[in-house]
Each structure stands twice: as structure tokens, then as C-alpha cells.
Design a protein. Sequence first.
Length: 264
Amino acid sequence: MDQHPATWRPTSPSPLTVRSQVTFVIPFLRACSEHYRTLRQVTRADLIDWLARCASPHNEAVALRGMFKTLKAQRLLFTNPARGLSLGTRPSSVPKPMSPAAIETIVAAADTDPALKLLIALVGIHALYPHHARALRLAALDFTGSRLVTDDVDHPLDDFTRRAASDYLHLRRTRWPHSRNPHLFISAQTAHTHASITNGWIQLVLRDLPATAQQLREDRLEEAAATGADPLHLCALFNISAETRLRYTRPFHPGPDQDLEAHQ
């Protein structure tokens, strides 16, 4: 029997990624409109000159390469002037802690929504990635041993997380008493399936907060680094790479003697 090879289909970027890249290319498009009537007139020299004047050329280069590649694939351009365009050095970012006002807003909101409170505990205290929180199983909560245990995490179950989990599980049992979904977080759409909640569910729960799930996680990491946490301890506790932990420890432990190799 003949077998047909699987057809590879590129994954579509998320709406957030699209909006971010559009933000970077809009200034370039406005500048082009002053000189050209069509993007077919744009040359590689135009792009290089533009990037030389940008504050964050890496981000602009990524966005421009993506835009021109798409236009060429759609046959709206004869040639792609951004093909092979150098991206330069990716800018490093040091996460900033959330303001006291933002934290107060988050705490107040958490007191009114058990699901939000537990999500904040998992992301903001235990520094889980949003997709890890989505995939978390009920079995990860060990109330007897007072621990939060997953494939990547084994943390003591602090009082705040314990109370948040207890309140949410009470809500879960009351709202969906017959659910057999093994995941911790469920919704009306997933309660009677075995599927995990979607990223859209997390965004909906966090919609009124002055921070995203990623910002909550970074705030926890920044706090740990600022209080003198050992770099290797950060890697182990929050399941992050050496490259990622440098974003947090470099401002507090400058110098090569504080680099990861010094602890090995």
C-alpha cells in the first residue's frame, strides 16, 4: 500500500506575537509611505539604514523579516529584501518588580475568585510557567505531605497555596461534583472531559489584573534573586536554565566570580 509522506504545515503565530511584530513594523511602514508607493520599492539598503537608527534593532529585524517573508510567500513581492538580514544581538532584559499598587490590586482580586487565587499562588509563589499551571494534575497537590509535586517541581506547600488550593477544590466539587477530569483547573468546557483548560482560560481569569501570568512569575524570580538566592538554587527551585537565571542574578551579583561556573 502506498504511503503518502506527512505534509508539514507551519504553525501560526499567536495573536500576541502578531500584535507585537506589527507594533515594530508600523514605524517603518509609515517612513516608507513618505518615499514609496509600494513595498516592492523597498531595498535591502533601506532596511539596513532603518535598523541602524532603531533603538532595538533585533526586534525590528525579526518583525521586518517576518513581514517580508510572508509577503513574498503570498506572491505580493517579487523579491524579499529582508532575506538573510542580520538580526544583531538579542537585547537582554532584567525583569522589574511589580509596584506595590499592582500587588495590592492583585491581592484584592484574588480574594474574590478561588481560581484566580490558586493560579496566582502557583505562578506568583511557586513560579510555575502558565502552561505548567494549565497541565497541573490534581495529584500534584499532596496535602498529607504538604508538598506541590510535578515532574519538574517539588516544593513545600506553603500556607497561602494550601488555603488557595483548598478553597478552589471546594468550589470545583460544588460546581462540578461528577467531574472525572484529572487536571487541577477545569472549566465548563473541560469539566466532563479529560482535556486541560486553554491558555485563553488563563487570560480570561487574569483579564482585569495589572499583570500577566508571565509577569507574576518573573516578579517572584526577581524577588528571590534580590534577596540573595544562590544562582544554582534559583535554577533548581524554579526549573530555569543558567541563561535565564543570569537575567535575575547579574544585577545583584556582578562579576565573573559570581557566574554559574564559580558554583560548580
